[in-house]
Design a protein around this ligand. Structure first.
Ligand SMILES: NC(=O)c1ccc[n+]([C@@H]2O[C@H](COP(=O)([O-])OP(=O)(O)OC[C@H]3O[C@@H](n4cnc5c(N)ncnc54)[C@H](OP(=O)(O)O)[C@@H]3O)[C@@H](O)[C@H]2O)c1
Length: 320
């Protein structure tokens, strides 16, 4: 089969023939129907992601499709089942083998593209806002990169949890997408004086930051006592440095959240979170936003759209 691969360190991704992946004990073989792209795919191409696999490897962290085959020791899945899975790599290919513990059965009414766009983005925002920051109804949540993959889900989930949402994104079109997802106040990320704008809106209790850079400290200075600041990602390329004295004076907490990390050290937290989210989607409380779909042979274009900040919500690659 042909897979979208990185052949060696620093190599440009390209389609390459590869044998069907071997199915190991505890795994299921999925016939890939859709693969959700993530900013982490771009970081993997540059070798900068914390979990970049050894080359050669196939890009594509999260998928949805049908079970083709189950490996020794797997229970609860059967060939033909519709599933979503998080292999972490290998999704941009017609088949991928995934640990059964990283797969979820799909509700009959959930399309493959929706399922492939769901796990990382919603999972990250739910764990961050609920499990880590304990966001409360009536609190004010500030979300950066609010029209992006994880940011948009933070707007939706924060709203579902009863918070008032301030969203920042670049340009009117992206801000409108954040507004439609539930944002109450909008700030263009290119406009000056973020701190002053947040203070004029009464300050914030929780910040969900997937962008990094100087905005983190500006928002910190507009955070109310006992506020929580979530470091989710650094899409802008700059990791904020936080002066501890500011945390002390205002009784603030800065928290890191790495969704993939929970797979290894507390998978039960992650499973419970995904089950809650699946129920919210089934009840119609969340509306996954797929900004663009590309067929597998246009994977390079899909990744370029993500890199150029032209995407909104998630980009999904479909596999026929
Ligand atoms: N901690 C976790 O478990 C976890 C999970 C998933 C993702 N992440 C991280 O969260 C960040 C966002 O991931 P994503 O998949 O949501 O990506 P995405 O869809 O590309 O969204 C990133 C957003 O960041 C903004 N941005 C600002 N400066 C940018 C720059 N120089 N380059 C690109 N984007 C820039 C863009 O919004 P504007 O154009 O509106 O500014 C864009 O919408 C990444 O750093 C990723 O690694 C972390």
């Amino acid at each position: 089969m042909k897979a979208y691969q990185i052949s060696g360190p620093g190599a440009t991704p390209a389609f390459a023939p590869m044998p069907r992946p071997a199915l190991k004990a505890g795994e299921i073989r999925i016939r890939t129907r859709a693969c959700g792209l993530n900013f982490a795919d771009l970081l993997m191409i540059e070798g900068k992601y914390q979990d970049t696999p050894q080359t050669p490897f196939t890009l594509g962290m999260e998928v949805a499709g049908e079970v083709l085959e189950i490996g020794p020791g797997v229970t609860g899945f059967a060939p033909g089942d519709r599933v979503a899975g998080f292999p972490g790599q290998g999704g941009l290919a017609p088949e991928v083998c995934v640990a059964a513990s990283r797969c979820l059965p799909l509700p009959a009414n959930m399309a493959y593209d929706t399922a492939a766009a769901f796990q990382v983005a919603y999972g990250t925002s739910h764990l961050a806002l609920d499990h880590k920051a304990r966001l409360q109804p009536g609190e004010t949540l500030f979300v950066t990169g609010a029209a992006g993959g994880v940011g948009l889900t933070a707007v939706e989930i924060g709203k579902r949890m009863g918070a008032r949402i301030i969203a920042s994104a670049r340009g009117a079109d992206k801000l409108e997408i954040a507004r439609a997802a539930g944002a109450d106040h909008l700030i263009d990320s290119d406009s000056p004086d973020l701190r002053g704008q947040l203070k004029a809106l009464g300050g914030i209790d929780v910040m969900y930051d997937s962008v990094g850079g100087p905005g983190f400290l500006e928002a910190l200075r507009a955070t109310r006592p006992e506020g929580r600041l979530l470091a989710i990602g650094f899409a802008g390329g700059e990791v904020p440095q936080v002066p501890a004295n500011l945390l002390l004076v205002k009784n603030l907490s800065v928290m890191g959240l790495y969704w993939g990390g929970y797979l290894a050290f507390r998978p039960e937290v992650l499973t419970a979170s995904l089950q809650t989210l699946a129920a919210w989607i089934a009840e119609g409380h969340l509306r996954p936003h797929i900004g663009a779909r590309f067929p597998l042979d246009r994977a390079a274009e899909a990744l370029e759209m993500l890199r150029a900040r032209k995407s909104t919500g998630k980009i999904v690659v479909t596999v026929d």
